[in-house]
Design a protein around this ligand. Structure first.
Ligand code: PAF
Length: 287
């Protein structure tokens, strides 16, 4: 275990080191990450810092949530840089286990994400959410946080984590960190850096489509879908085009399509490719 420096967090590499680091901890908040920490992660850490006596950030690239065609091996890893970000944000403990430590043997028992994990993001990434829920459950058992912070940009992920906590009676509060937007409306993401100026202009159709959908909410679910679809149809003809992966208005409890007479909150979610970059965005729609 790397002890805390004057300004830095304790870095725990094993469950034993983590337990020692948290021996006297009270009011623990966990921010689960896969590292490569950026401004979005910083806002999760600040939210945790504002509520917790002890803030733990886990840094673990979870092989279980990568598909065979996804590049687990080349996912960026820089624990030194991540620890510096954590130090700047006043994090107390960084939990950074090796793959072997988290998965000493092939994982036989997993947390099945069910049908909710097969839709939208799960349809393009089979097994992804089972991998996410399994590692999040393991982290909850290892860290035993009072609360854990997840970004609302990954709307389906946080909805599934909430569902797991309810369905498995896990004693942890799930705190959603609001999605942040760049000044032009694009949902903040490290992937935005890959967009050329023209691609970025096209990509703004995603947030415009969500705004159009939300504005159509008084007319009901079908009007929401039609209004946002219209913006995306136009964007499909733009140069460069927005290539839609999905646009869905879903019940936040199940991620099933919101029915025409759905009442209460729904989530309008979109995923699309612009150039080589895949972008996601979502907004809550009161119906
Ligand atoms: O959102 C992420 O970075 C990951 O899915 C998570 C929650 C850290 C699990 O590996």
């Amino acid at each position: 275990m790397t002890p805390p420096t004057q300004h830095g967090p304790v870095v725990a590499r094993t469950p034993e080191e983590l337990r020692a680091a948290l021996a006297d901890a009270d009011g623990v908040g966990l921010v689960p990450t896969m590292g490569s920490l950026h401004s979005g992660h910083r806002s999760l850490m600040r939210l945790a810092r504002g509520r917790a006596g002890t803030v733990v950030v886990s840094v673990f690239v979870n092989p279980l949530q990568f598909g065979p065609d996804e590049d687990f091996e080349h996912y960026p890893r820089d624990l030194g840089a991540d620890t510096r970000v954590c130090a700047e944000e006043g994090v107390d403990v960084v939990f950074a286990p090796e793959t072997q430590t988290m998965y000493p043997a092939p994982q036989m028992v997993t947390v099945d994400a069910g049908t909710m994990g097969e839709r939208l993001e799960g349809a393009s990434r089979p097994g992804h959410f089972t991998g996410v829920l399994t590692v999040v459950a393991k982290l909850f058992h290892l860290v035993r946080p009072d609360f854990a912070v997840f970004g609302e940009k990954d709307a389906q992920q946080i909805a599934l984590v909430r569902r797991m906590v309810t369905d498995l009676n896990l004693p942890v509060e799930i705190v959603g960190a609001p999605l942040s937007r760049d000044p032009d409306g694009l949902a903040s993401s490290s992937r935005n850096a890959y967009l050329s100026e023209q691609e970025r202009t096209s990509a703004l159709a995603l947030s415009r489509a969500l705004t159009a959908g939300r504005e159509a909410a008084p007319g009901g679910a079908e009007d929401v879908r039609a209004a946002s679809r219209k913006v995306l149809d136009e964007a499909a003809a733009a140069d460069p085009p927005v290539r839609l992966d999905y646009l869905a208005l879903v019940d936040p409890a199940t991620f099933g399509e919101a029915s025409a007479d759905h009442r209460g909150e729904a989530v309008l979610a979109v995923a699309a490719r612009v150039g080589g970059t895949r972008l996601i965005d979502n907004t809550a729609v009161p119906l």
